[in-house]
Write a protein that binds this ligand. Structure first.
Ligand code: C2E
Ligand code: CA
Ligand code: CA
Length: 454
């Protein structure tokens, strides 16, 4: 069906429904109704639904401003309408999300590749050249077997899955609905936990639901614990323990990570100063994870760090901020990282080797250390000689790189004596992992620090 036909359908079928004024496309409600009516009128047997999202649009919008961001959306809509005139229907579901509906007679792979290509062609907007990338969720169904809305939900669940797994495209499978639903429930519970019983978010976080555990970082050369990494835990009254891998990305999605992260900074600094007082050892460091999303509001992040320092009285030189490699964010993080360094804090790249940062990019950031991801350490004592050999080469490369860049290294995830022997042979000094200790409660740190080293 050509675009003219679609337009006439819009006029005939959804006169009374809303058209999105920014893009001139149907909105979610009218788009769904329109799609249903087109499928019915044309006796379409099988439908393909592609829901697409512009990657990191929030960040683009923050950096170019709302007016330009609106122009981008309007141009995307225009380009989608002209390039995909073979679609049965096109509409904007919300924000930077669009939905394309195709008859079964199209070649789906071809459409996906056209969509990838479409986004990569630069957009010239008000003198700026903007290159976008998109993510897609795809679902297909026999029209007689499934309501259109369910197929669209399935495509959205696939998009959600793509988002959480760093994929550009994901095709719906039933387990994704469970995942999306679970994520949705976690988001609801998280919102509740952060707001009920208190008008002040800080107090809500300070309830027993959220707490920090600490994992020791051991120096082989000094034969003692030199620091602890603070790790967030959520103990939900009904769900029980929710792991950070389940809720941190949700907190990021629903925009509460900056507040949660600010609490982590304050609490971790207070706990470490408390440990200093108890143990009379005043040089134990604290590693604190900071989400890349916290860098989107540099002022809030800086004031959180400064307040944590002032409130606790900790020396800033004892704080190490851990950030994960992330190509999209690193460039814009540089100036904030400089400010954090200027306070006296250290900066570590977490999960090193799993992200996308180029060596050139690393040299432009004010870093102190790399944390070797545990996936490399895991393979070091593998029974498979090829795997262990490869892991050894990678580990050697990472230590060599850190050395060349003048950075120190923390080796994460050391679980066995064999792994410890291998990494120490390679020159590793700072080690973190279950071999030494699992993350522990604040109240356990003092005893751990005082126990004899074996
Ligand atoms: P991460 O920063 O890489 O933290 C290390 C994770 O590895 C922790 O998992 C720790 O328990 C686990 N681990 C440490 N040693 C070993 C080992 O020897 N073997 C194995 N199998 N695992 C080990 P955890 O606490 O579940 O945290 C998961 C991730 O959640 C963290 O990974 C971090 O990315 C994120 N996270 C935790 N707390 C915070 C926080 O306060 N803020 C932010 N932004 N992210 C956090
Ligand atoms: Ca970390
Ligand atoms: Ca890590």
């Amino acid at each position: 069906m050509e675009v003219d036909n679609i337009q006439s359908h819009i006029e005939n079928d959804i006169q009374d429904h809303q058209i999105d004024t920014l893009t001139n496309l149907p909105n979610r409600t009218s788009g769904c109704l329109l799609a249903e009516s087109i499928l019915l009128k044309n006796n379409v047997p099988k439908v393909h639904v592609i829901v697409l999202e512009i990657s990191r649009f929030g960040q683009i919008s923050d950096s170019v401003g709302n007016t330009l961001a609106d122009k981008i959306l309007s141009k995307v809509a225009k380009r989608l309408s002209s390039v995909f005139c073979n679609a049965l229907c096109l509409y904007r579901t919300h924000g930077d999300h669009f939905c394309l509906v195709f008859n079964d007679d199209v070649n789906l792979l071809e459409e996906v590749s056209r969509l990838t290509d479409f986004a990569q062609r630069p957009f010239a907007i008000s003198g700026n050249v903007i290159v976008l990338s998109i993510r897609m969720g795809i679902a297909s169904a026999q029209v007689k077997d499934q309501a259109f809305l369910d197929t669209m939900h399935a495509a959205e669940a696939a998009l959600h899955y793509a988002n959480n797994n760093g994929l550009k495209v994901s095709v719906f499978e039933p387990f994704m609905l469970d995942k999306a639903k679970k994520s949705h429930q976690v988001a609801n519970d998280l919102r509740c936990s952060l707001t009920t019983n208190s008008h002040e978010l800080y107090n809500a976080i300070n309830s027993d639901e959220f707490y920090l555990v600490y994992q020791p970082i051991f120096s082989k050369k000094q034969n003692k614990v030199t620091g602890f990494e603070a790790l967030l835990r959520w103990n939900h009254p009904l769900r029980g323990a929710v792991t950070p891998n389940e809720f941190i990305h949700v907190a990021e999605e629903i925009g509460v990570m900056d507040v949660l992260g600010a609490w982590v900074l304050r609490k971790a600094c207070l706990d470490i100063v408390n440990l200093h007082k108890l143990s009379e050892i005043d040089d134990v460091m604290v590693n604190i994870n900071v989400s890349p999303l916290q860098f989107l509001d540099p002022e809030l992040l800086m004031s959180s760090i400064e307040e944590a320092i002032t409130e606790s009285g900790i020396s800033p030189t004892l704080i190490r901020i851990e950030i994960t490699e992330s190509s999209e964010f690193m460039h814009s993080m540089a100036s904030t990282l400089q400010k954090i360094r200027a306070l006296g804090c250290q900066i570590a790249i977490d999960d090193f080797g799993t992200g996308y940062s180029s060596i050139v990019k690393l040299t432009t950031l004010p870093l102190n250390m790399l944390k070797v991801d545990r996936s490399f350490v895991f393979q070091l004592d593998s029974q498979d000689p090829i795997k262990s050999q490869q892991a050894l080469m990678i580990a050697r490369g990472v230590y060599g790189l850190a050395d060349a860049l003048g950075l120190s290294v923390i080796t994460e995830g050391v679980e066995t004596k064999e792994q410890l022997a291998i990494v120490t042979n390679l020159g590793a000094d700072l080690i973190q992992g279950f071999y030494f200790a699992k993350p522990m409660l604040e109240s356990e740190m003092f005893n751990y620090l005082n126990q004899p080293v074996n």
